[in-house]
Design a protein around this ligand. Structure first.
Ligand code: KG4
Ligand code: ZN
Length: 363
């Protein structure tokens, strides 16, 4: 039997430059360069800085990935790249590089969906996706609940393509963005998630009853699977303001207060995310839940979701963290699935699409 094609995957939709090599469901090597340090002093990702960083990081990152995989570019059978959604200028760098490689190597170009790639990466860890799964994607840029229909891959072309349905999404801030904004309110550095988590470990999750967005009965009717974190952020801001007024001018918020706010905030986020995800799986009759995105790193989000999935008899799949955050392996994994489905290639005039809908798997 001929070996599966070797797919090179490129990710550049936000602040991580990722390149990876995947054959079938095997990750041979991957490298990631992050420009996050360059964004720290601005308190968020600056698109122009991210684009320039991609440009500088691309070749060294690609070389590292090839070295780790023990392959040369001449071995590559297809080039997959994130075509969207993401930052326009950042996407352009990856897509331009992918086009140049595909043309020079005379191999197919596959412009794929970043969100679907977050789901596909799990294939590299746990094997073929089940026929149906509900995926919760939570990162600095996205908060989506997806119903994923995966074809059974039998190594035969055109078996039937993967199909992804958007069940719900955030109406305002992404979950990771909420962590970053709350960190700023508490005087913690960017990116806020890990700092809020560390502070939360010493706090009381029941200290403050922060709101759970879109969980009231009348909201649930219209937005059963949507999220909203702006009310929660405002509630945290009010709490911080009230506490500040009780202090001497210029005094620090205090470690205990910061810990309690961080713990209560994290609890509110984890509660809403896990509740809606488990309900979605139950209501859609789906057995498997998949968690992805940078916020999957959060201990309380993972813990509460695991607890509630277990109570509901659902299987939870969470890829290791390095594959949850943006990387090239997820793009290569989806490229391999797309090839196995007999889809593609994308045209060489492939355009980036910052708002690419999740239902479009390959452009
Ligand atoms: O997936 P990712 O690396 O990049 C994209 O945004 O696509 O996710 C980054 C986000 C940031 O908002 C960061 O604050 C959040 O993930 N994050 C966390 C944790 N680690 C990273 N949020 C909560 N708890 C964490 N431990
Ligand atoms: Zn992402």
């Amino acid at each position: 039997m001929a070996a599966d094609p070797l797919v090179l995957g490129i990710e550049s939709s936000c602040d991580e430059t990722g390149v990876a090599l995947v054959r079938g469901a095997t990750l041979l090597g991957h490298a990631v360069a992050s420009s996050v340090d360059e964004h720290v002093r601005f308190g968020g990702v600056v698109p122009e800085i991210a684009s320039r960083a991609h440009l500088e990081a691309f070749l060294p990152t690609m070389r590292r990935a090839c070295e780790e995989a023990g392959v040369t570019l001449a071995d590559v059978d297809a080039v997959a790249v994130t075509a969207g959604p993401g930052l326009a200028g950042a996407l352009l760098v990856g897509v331009a590089a992918a086009k140049a490689l595909a043309l020079a190597l005379d191999v197919p170009l596959l412009g794929v969906n970043h969100l679907v790639a977050h789901v596909a990466v799990d294939v590299l860890v746990s094997g073929a996706l089940p026929e149906r799964s509900v995926a919760l994607l939570v990162s600095g840029g996205h908060t989506e609940l997806l119903d994923v229909h995966s074809p059974v891959h039998q190594g035969r072309q055109g078996v039937g393509a993967m199909r992804v349905e958007l069940l719900g999404q955030t109406l305002d801030d992404a979950a990771g963005e909420a962590f970053d904004k709350v960190a700023r309110l508490l005087g913690l550095p960017y990116p806020g998630g890990p700092h809020v988590q560390r502070a939360a470990e010493r706090g009381d999750p029941a200290a403050f009853a922060f709101p759970r967005g879109l969980t009231a009965a009348h909201d649930l009717r219209r937005h059963p699977y949507d999220f909203s974190f702006s009310g929660l952020k405002t509630a945290v801001a009010r709490q911080v303001d009230a506490h500040r007024r009780s202090l001497e001018p210029g005094a620090e918020l205090g470690e205990a207060f910061v810990a309690d706010v961080a713990a209560s905030f994290s609890e509110a986020v984890a509660d809403v995310l896990s509740r809606k995800t488990v309900t979605a799986a139950q209501e859609r009759g789906v057995q498997t839940v998949l968690l992805g995105g940078g916020v999957a790193a959060n201990a309380r989000v993972r813990g509460l979701l695991a607890e509630r999935c277990e109570a509901a008899g659902l299987d939870l799949r969470v890829p290791p963290l390095r594959l949850c955050t943006d990387n090239g392996a997820m793009v290569a994994a989806l490229g391999a699935l797309v090839l196995a489905d007999g889809l593609g290639p994308s045209p060489l005039e492939l355009a980036t699409d910052p708002g690419l809908p999740v239902s479009t798997i390959i452009v």
